[in-house]
Design a binder for this molecule. Structure first.
Ligand code: UDX
Length: 456
């Protein structure tokens, strides 16, 4: 058995590393047109930062895990081909800003059809709108010599920062396929691979469309919980309730549950916004405007929360941040990742720059170029955007600190020393509710946390 994976990104690389580590007798090859990304996977500095990933890759690389750029050869030699290419949001044309751009998926399908010499099981792992499998099948079966393809949907539910743990011990593996004898056989082949380390009862098989839709719906429900608690955070600030206490109180109801109720500056990451907008687009396409509008509100609440946080900073600093320095601590969309895609920090930093502030950003894992690129776009320059090498450096001479990522190191900074180097009154805007608030108040900071009463 040989497995090939097209796409060496955040999903393809770690997932294949785990399969290779768990199944030493299966040869796993990950290919990508991007030569520098492949070189990074073959080096000591992997292109993805995930706790524990280095060990998993090191255990299997060179033995039964291979990274290279020869896409066609890898397709020819693979029995099971995972498609883990990107599905960005369309930027122009019909559905711009909402629909998924499927060009990489389509290109992958055409290449598989052209170069395959025998039967293949093609597994879609990229999050894609419902009914893409059908398009994949049509391209594969109408462009190849033998047409012997099975397409499976096998969405990935790993979260960044915990990818290795999620892959090693997933709550469920979802496999969708055609309900025909050949489709069932393909699903069984894939299930047998996962069953090497995942208990059978966690492996679900469904029809293709249920599987494809489940990924979008899972992310929509998760994001909806955050938007729900964030909407309540605004009401808490207005009334004197504490959103942490409210979340704890409602989360004790087992029907609601305690997870994903942390109020924050907003959700980010590559999936939530994109998947919800895909869902919205699908609903509109299928003539369900009320359903589309319902889910779109989840994204709009998130945008409002980011904007509300920026406005909170400006209004607290006497309605002007012009020529003031704001230290932004954290730029990744969450801790333990270097990923900045759709990070709430992008909107907040841009908003502050528009108000003419000097913004000094520090993130323990995100490189300076990535921060500049996200905020200013390709080739953009702005002397008011400073990237600092430490939290203390960002804070020196600042009027305020804004915590935008919940990195552990921010919990235990030397806040007294930082306070001494700041303009007074020194303000802290805790967008993740992680700082030791009473200690900060004792030092003399004015503290503003999401969903809590402000300091006197
Ligand atoms: C998410 C899903 O969790 C995962 O199953 C799917 O495969 C991909 O999308 P990910 O984007 O990696 O994973 O991160 P996640 O931990 O879900 O966090 C998403 C965003 O929500 C982050 O910005 C995080 O800070 C924010 N968040 C999360 C909150 O603001 N509050 C919470 O209570 C939880």
């Amino acid at each position: 058995m040989r497995i090939t994976c097209l796409g060496a990104g955040y999903v393809g690389g770690p997932t294949m590393a785990m399969i290779a580590a768990q199944c030493p007798d299966i040869q796993v090859t990950v290919v990508d047109h991007n030569a520098s990304r492949i070189a990074a996977w073959n080096s000591d500095r992997l292109p993805v930062y995930e706790p524990g990933l280095d060990e998993v890759v090191r255990a299997a690389r060179g033995r039964n895990l291979h990274f290279h750029t020869d896409v066609e050869h890898a397709i020819r030699s693979g029995d099971v081909i995972f498609v883990c290419v990107g599905t960005p949001t369309k930027t122009s044309g019909v559905g711009a800003g909402r629909a998924a751009d499927l060009r990489y998926i389509e290109r992958a399908a055409r290449t598989i059809a052209e170069v395959s010499e025998g039967p293949k099981i093609v597994v879609e792992k990229s999050t894609i709108p419902v009914k893409t499998a059908e398009a994949l099948l049509t391209i594969l079966r109408s462009n190849s010599r033998h047409g012997d393809f099975q397409v499976l949907s096998n969405p990935e539910f790993l979260a960044e920062g915990t990818a290795v743990a999620d892959l090693r011990d997933p709550e469920r593996i979802l496999i969708g396929g055609e309900r025909t004898p050949a489709g069932e056989a393909a699903m069984a082949t894939l299930a047998d691979i996962y069953a090497r380390w995942v208990p059978r009862e966690r492996i679900l098989t469904t029809n293709l469309w249920s599987s494809e839709l489940s990924k979008l719906v899972a992310n929509a429900f998760l994001a909806q919980r955050i938007s729900s608690i964030n909407s309540i955070s605004a009401l808490c600030e207005a009334t004197g309730a504490d959103v942490g206490e409210v979340a704890d109180a409602i989360g004790r109801d087992s029907r609601i549950g305690p997870k994903f109720l942390r109020a924050s500056v907003g959700f980010g990451g590559s999936c939530f916004r994109k998947d919800i907008l895909n869902l919205v687009y699908l609903c509109e396409h299928f003539g369900l405007p009320e359903v589309a509008e319902y889910w779109e509100r989840v994204v709009r609440m998130n945008d409002w929360q980011k904007d509300r946080f920026t406005r909170m900073i400006v209004s607290t600093l006497f309605n002007t941040v012009s020529e003031k320095r704001i230290a932004v601590l954290g730029f990744a969309f969450k801790k333990d990742t270097n990923d900045t895609r759709d990070s709430p920090a992008i909107a907040v930093v841009r908003g502050l720059l528009e108000e003419n502030a000097t913004v000094a950003v520090y993130d323990p894992k995100v490189p300076a170029e990535a921060i500049r690129l996200e905020v200013l776009g390709p080739g953009g320059t702005d002397a008011r955007l400073v990237v600092a090498a430490s939290a203390a450096e960002a804070a020196a001479g600042a009027h305020a600190l804004a915590v935008l990522t919940e990195w552990d190191e921010f919990r235990s900074l030397d806040f007294a020393a930082i306070h001494a180097g700041m303009h007074k009154p020194a303000c802290v805007f805790d967008g993740r509710n992680i700082l030791p608030r009473s200690e900060l108040e004792r030092i003399g900071y004015r503290v503003f946390s999401i969903g809590k009463p402000a300091s006197a």
